[in-house]
Design a protein around this ligand. Structure first.
Ligand SMILES: NC(=O)c1ccc[n+]([C@@H]2O[C@H](COP(=O)([O-])OP(=O)(O)OC[C@H]3O[C@@H](n4cnc5c(N)ncnc54)[C@H](OP(=O)(O)O)[C@@H]3O)[C@@H](O)[C@H]2O)c1
Length: 331
């Protein structure tokens, strides 16, 4: 299959602290004998979210001041388990027999999906079905990373609910929705999380994507303007809030959940808030331009209600609170 360079990453690092277990049978059996720890397979562990999930679950016991890990984390590389290859998924999954799979691997760039719908279908739908099939066979719980882009074809400005009938307007949104539906038709223990666009502050050694903080930092560094739409509404979420909540997701019932921060402002206002929070109010006046034309005929609303998620005891701070926290933690 054709592979794409990670040209949409701002910076590419390596997962140095993640314990990559490669399906080594001796290691696995030895660990199994030692205790009842949950075995977690994390797909897409070289990506923006997967790398942080891997880091978090690998160190989970230590963060709770325990001397041992709570989980055994398996992070197959793309080469070790190509999710589009049924056989490759079968072999890897049968060898590990995980309690939980956190399925993060995807073609996550919407532009790439639009240009290469077959690739998107292959990875985002077929790849997900391959993972789901093996979870069903092995009795593993599946946590699937879906997206707020499933809501991008809807009109109205209300925060979206999981129960809405959806008609996504881009390839990525269509394929995420199709993957959700196909997983649910399999009758397996699956939690689909509809994620918002996420952000983190650049840090050496951390894998980064193009995100709202990085975009503002780049504009400041290069003194280039940013055009942000006033007719677009969406939540953005601090990726570490997504990751730290994931441990509680292991215990929630199967279903679809909106999973991320709520945001009342439009995108222009949110980007403005990033400038302000970085202490760059003056530069904001110069560099941040309101895009009044984009989505003028039909405002784009990806904002989600997380009321259903809150009933499980999981919550998120608002997008603005997340931005403040992210900047604070960068210092
Ligand atoms: N980032 C966001 O803001 C955002 C928002 C909403 C939803 N999501 C969803 O959240 C999940 C994680 O996103 P992300 O930003 O971390 O994505 P990402 O950085 O683009 O990482 C994607 C991962 O998938 C792997 N992958 C791609 N094709 C594969 C294949 N055929 N077999 C095995 N692995 C494959 C990649 O490995 P290689 O690089 O080695 O190919 C990489 O590790 C995705 O499902 C995405 O759709 C992300």
């Amino acid at each position: 299959m054709k592979r794409f360079p990670s040209f949409f990453y701002f910076e590419v690092g390596i997962i140095s602290e993640c314990r990559r277990e490669e399906g080594n049978m001796n290691y696995f059996q030895e660990k199994k004998r030692k205790g009842q720890k949950k075995k977690i397979v994390i797909t897409g562990a070289s990506g923006f979210v997967g790398s942080r999930l891997c880091d978090f679950f690998s160190k989970s016991g230590f963060w709770k001041n325990k001397s041992e890990h709570d989980y055994i984390v398996f992070a197959p590389t793309h080469k070790q388990m190509d999710i589009t290859e049924e056989k490759s998924v079968q072999t890897y999954m049968k060898e590990i027999h995980p309690d939980v799979v956190i399925h993060s691997a995807a073609i996550s760039n919407t532009w790439v999906c639009e240009q290469h719908p077959e690739l998107s279908s292959n990875v985002n739908v077929i790849g997900t079905v391959n993972i789901g099939t093996m979870c069903g066979e092995l009795g593993s719980k599946l946590i699937f990373m879906s997206s707020d882009q499933v809501y991008n074809g809807e009109i109205g400005l209300h925060p979206h609910l999981e129960t809405e009938f959806l008609r996504p307007s881009n390839v990525y949104g269509k394929h995420k929705l199709e993957a959700e539906q196909r997983l649910f038709n399999m009758n397996i223990d699956v939690v689909c999380l509809r994620l918002t666009w996420m952000f983190d502050y650049p840090k050496v050694g951390s894998i980064l994507n193009q995100n709202i903080i990085v975009n503002v930092l780049n504009a400041l560094k290069q003194q280039t303007s940013i055009q942000s739409p006033i007719h677009e509404y969406r939540g953005v979420t601090y990726v570490w809030d997504v990751v730290k909540n994931m441990e509680n997701v292991l215990d929630i019932s199967a279903g679809i959940y909106n999973y991320g921060s709520e945001c009342s402002g439009n995108t222009y206002e949110t980007v403005g808030f990033v400038f302000d929070s970085l202490g760059k109010n003056m530069e904001k006046e110069k560099l941040l331009l309101a895009d009044t034309k984009r989505y003028v005929n039909q405002p784009r609303n990806l904002s989600m209600s997380i009321e259903k998620l809150k009933k499980t005891g999981i919550s998120f701070p608002s997008s603005y609170e997340g931005i403040l926290q992210c900047i604070k933690e960068s210092n």
